[in-house]
Design a protein around this ligand. Structure first.
Ligand SMILES: O=C(O)COP(=O)(O)O
Ligand SMILES: [Mg+2]
Length: 236
């Protein structure tokens, strides 16, 4: 491990909670496929992956509303209340089609980031309990971890619908710590975005951020964290 992660984090640690999209798996290709198949079903124009990347991390409902808003404003010139109303009117059908397409292609256009398996192995060998906490729906998260050979590392997997509120609210992290039976101060959150960092800070968990993820299109090093990791292999 680089000195940064351990040196600046209160020890000992009992558990590690890892984010999924942008931290363990690069899912941008899956998002683009499922979203553009959904948009085609609704006879709407496609959206570019460069725009999608900035909308990932706050759950699927936020992603769908953002994408529909982007497409309707750029192709039909809708704005303000008219845009909000049109997005809401399309949302049920969009969600239905998106869910079907996402489950259909889940993992096929996604890659595990380099160093993830080495990092997870190292954490497991240290005897740390491991949980995955993502804002994507649990029904998407479980098959994705399975498809990518990562599910065996985690005693618990929580999705954006596992708790009443999502990250950046601390509730999911506190719920995950309770399920793991660990104190937040001894449970580190590893994520790729300000969402993960805010949730961790509010829950009282140390936070390590990877430098290669999404972070809503903003520079990750501007986010307050206990350490930055260029690869989870630095934990080995
Ligand atoms: O917003 C999503 O769907 C997933 O985001 P996360 O895995 O980075 O929490
Ligand atoms: Mg993420």
């Amino acid at each position: 491990m680089q000195p940064s992660a351990l040196a600046s984090t209160p020890l000992p640690l009992d558990a590690v909670i890892l984010d999924l999209d942008g931290t363990m798996v690069d899912t941008l290709g899956d998002f683009a496929q499922a979203l553009n198949r959904m948009l085609a079903d609704l006879t709407l124009a496609p959206v570019a992956p460069e725009l999608i990347v900035n909308m990932v991390g706050k759950g699927s409902e936020h992603l769908l509303r953002s994408v529909l808003g982007q497409v309707l404003s750029s192709t039909q010139g809708l704005q303000g209340d008219a845009l909000t109303e049109r997005v809401s009117a399309l949302f049920p059908a969009a969600w239905d089609r998106y869910q079907a397409h996402y489950l259909d292609i889940n993992g096929q256009f996604a890659q595990v980031y380099p160093g993830v398996v080495a990092g997870l192995e190292a954490l497991r060998q240290r005897g740390l309990a491991l949980a995955c906490l993502t804002n994507k729906p649990l029904a998407f998260a479980r098959p994705l971890l399975e498809a990518k050979g990562l599910s065996g590392y985690f005693s618990h997997v929580f999705g954006g619908d596992s708790f009443e509120r999502k990250k950046p609210d601390p509730q999911p992290l506190l719920g995950a710590c309770a399920a793991l039976g660990t104190a937040p101060a001894r449970t580190v959150m590893v994520g790729d975005s300000s969402n993960d960092a805010q949730a961790a800070r509010a829950a009282g968990c140390p936070v390590w951020l990877v430098t290669y993820g999404y972070n809503h299109g903003q520079p990750i090093r501007a986010v307050a964290a206990d350490a930055f990791l260029d690869s989870l292999a630095e934990l080995a």
